[in-house]
Design a protein around this ligand. Sequence first.
Ligand code: ZN
Length: 285
Amino acid sequence: MQLSRIELADLHAPKAIARAIFAQFGTVDAPVPVSKIARALDIVDINAQEFDGFEGMLLTDAVRSSGSILANTRYGSRRARFTIAHELGHFLMERHLLSGANGFTCKARDMRETRADKRHFRQEAEANDFAINLLAPFSLFDPLLSQNPDLRDAQRLRDHLNVSLEATVRRMIDRRQERLAAVWSKNGQVRYSVKSGGFPWITCKPGQRLPQFSLASKIVANGIKGFSGVTETNPLAWLNRSDIELFEQTRVANNGHAVTLLLADLADSDDEEDGLQELGMPEFR
Ligand SMILES: [Zn+2]
């Protein structure tokens, strides 16, 4: 594989760099060959094995003469692929300041960082943005989405793209128009949540039990692996407002891990009502 780093040199936006890499390819099939891409862009060594204390590491210098990537496989090869893409992101975004004398050391938490208010957070968020755009480009991701939001799509995309379910759930929330959120839990305890813009505030916090009146808490307590249906739920279980139609779906996996998708239907919100009235359409909801 031949790729030119020079053609990427003037680009700084994560999405634009990923797009420019694909432009050099012609066409790309799933799963995206992330290690080959990294090697074609001056990563001289990729060491994927079980490590302690970090998720990924990029050994390099300020001017990125060359780079070596270490990726932790403790949580599976799919996550390691994301980690390789994330470290490649730090390598290609030369404005990213090294986090140590020999390069970058990234923790599991960094791999889902989305905040942009401090330099470290912003660098991690940009590396993640690059990674997901490299591993799950729109052209390979969007065609596999169903008409309605469904966690089964995320699982299908996980297998298609060979990335983690966490990554495809986050990508699904990002790519769909609906107001969505996902809550990850282990043994009924919330790990973390993400939501799309416009989704209301979620009241449960990391470390707390899944809300008592949620369907998720019952499904997780049952412990039967697989997907629940997408079912209307009491909005007050998850939110501090009751004027929203809320739906939830849970997927229970091994070892007490679960993810719950929340879909908020804000169809009666003021702006949409105004829109309908302006168009002179009858209100039918
Ligand atoms: Zn990082």
